[in-house]
Design a protein around this ligand. Sequence first.
Ligand code: GLV
Ligand code: MN
Ligand code: MN
Length: 417
Amino acid sequence: MKNLTIDAERLWDDLMQTARIGATPNGGVRRLTLTEVDREVRDWFRAAAEGLGCTVSVDDMGTMFARRPGQRGDIPPIAMGSHLDTQPSGGKFDGALGVLAALEALRTLHEAGYETFAPIEAINWTNEEGSRFAPAMIASGVFAGVFTREWAYGRTDPAGETFGAALQRIGYRGEEECGSRKLSAFFELHIEQGPHLEAEGKQIGVVTGVQAMRWYEATVRGEEAHAGTTPMPRRRDALLAAARLVEAVNRTACAHAPDAVGTVGRLETRPGSPNVVPGEVFFTIDMRHPHAAVLDRMESEIHAAADQIARDLAVSVTIAAIWSQPAVRFDEGCIASVREGARVSGFSTRDMISRAGHDAAYVARVAPAAMIFVPCKDGVSHNEAEFASKEQCAAGAQVLLQAVLDYDRKLAERYGR
Ligand code: GLV
Ligand code: MN
Ligand code: MN
């Protein structure tokens, strides 16, 4: 197994080539889920996988599965993958690395003529980012039975288009029922998106779990009023109240440092005119912590702050919890395979939990799963400047391949080959 080596140049070429699909002038990528550029990168992935002789299936959430057969067609595949959608001003590596490294692993097996015991698959999950259709990881969520397909189809983007309509429009609503496919295991390679590996000079993160996260949608209602004629004491300014709530989210997260984070990432003001006191403001809240009990406390603090602000400014505030993802502990067998993959490849490692959400967190509910992290420059992600070097990407892909082969060997032993 030691002599199977992925091709670093080829993986890098794939990363740079796909980054042209939806490229932004500042060197980033804007490839929102279920848009024309998403269709284009999906077509690219399908053609590349079929070029290796893989069979590509698409489920009714648009998730793509590229399968290379193994000795035993009756055993569920060992899968690898991540997502090809990006944030509105995303980078070249978040998601793409995990899918393209999976493709490179398949290519390495193909060129070596290596026959695995189980089939091996590369997966491209639909809408991991959740920036167009909330929440994030919606397709892996349906796959794991957390959301129904009909609920997912009805989610709308800020322009009012539904997920179902967008999926149909780009031609990626497949026949296979989402969730009907069984997996023997799932491995996801990703950039860390944080600073720890780089700071400690470690090459590989052995990811043992994912922290808990919650999303909320808040609406503040005040009263529209003339900006020139309405005296300050008479105003019911929804944006002023929202601003105080943004501050409260930050304060709550800081109060539970160092592990808590809280973010207001989208805010819409109505009617949005320079000379109208805002009558209504909509905004999102993203809060995360490794422990649910702390998130419960943070949530109560936000509600208390909202009540106080509503009284002080004579507005109403509603905060709806729209998504809650509990903390996840990955499968010990998969974690052991990642560790072994790093060991045989000669890389230094550090155990860590993921602070970002990933499809592997939902897949872990229905199949053994684990993740591999590689460092990224200055820990920057969800940013056009996101960067991981050719060598860092290659190291991750090599560990991914070796982890899959290690798991495949264990499966063969279990089935008594
Ligand atoms: C996924 O990108 C997340 O928000 O963690
Ligand atoms: Mn990602
Ligand atoms: Mn992301």
